[in-house]
Design a protein. Sequence first.
Length: 364
Amino acid sequence: MQSENKLCVVVLFGGMSSEHEVSRVSAGTFVDNLDRARYEVLTVGITREGRWLCTEATSAQMADGSWEELPGNMPCVISPDRADHGMILFTPSGQVEKLHVDVVIPALHGLWGEDGTVQGLLELAGIPYVGCGVLASAVCMDKAVANALFDAAGIPHTKWLSACRWEIESDLDGVCDGAIAKLGWPIFVKPANAGSSVGITKAHDRDELKQAIALALENDHKVVFEAFVDGHEVECAVIGSDPAVATRPGEILAGAEFYTYDDKYKNGVSQVVIPARLSEEKLDEVKTYAAMAYTALNCEGLARCDFFVEHGTNRVMINEINTFPGFTPISMYPKLMEHEGTPVPALIDHLIELALERTEKQHG
């Protein structure tokens, strides 16, 4: 039986992206910090193959992947039918059970989760959800589209260009010439839509550039080329909308030449410094640009805005926006919010309130 006086919260985790493992850990943070006196919590894991399973896994079982083998897991779907306003469970006895859902936390990172796809399903269903809407999620996932919008909004960014598969296949040398002429060496080569530091190469010469393009094309049909910035990598947490509130930035002391996926999530070699080691004036400048960028790209709920502060010139340049940042024990977003006086349980309450408010504004 569902409880009448508690909000039913569904935490979605896993997913089909390259960031499946991180999502499992992030979701555990939500599961462990949701106040059970206020919320009835259901967890739905999405396997790498794209199966949806309602599970009673603990955060530890989610994190280590053993959740998939639990005997009590039940296939389920979120129904796009607004009359259902929730989830449909397929029970072992062959019954179909409907569960009303009040809010969804899509703790999914990368493609098929953080890119507007799941957000679109929840919009169809009329179910409030934590985080950015369809447009912002899709735009921030595509580095080429995001860069074009940063340029249009006057938010400083490193020099860049993009090329799609057919352009590259019809004239690889021409694409290389264009990138070298505009950007100089070294060049960062990235898949436009892949998520966290996956498929990214720092190319120092033409051979490396061609290999980097091939690797990027394994992850997406569009490739983004960016000029190298020799600078501090700093990150701001932003929350809400009307108005968006940004924290001052923190920084990560990376363990590798550039901040890799393994550094971010697995090795724990990177250290977090809050606030970042910048002047007061610079900290405030980054914070201002974070709120501007978040607003320009239509973000709502929460996002993490990543910047470079160039050595020598001290120029602030945006790198990217993550619309559902990591919530692992080493993740920057919750640490920044905690530093501003909002510990994780209160942060989750606030994110749920924002989700419910937004739906009320939009749909009444």
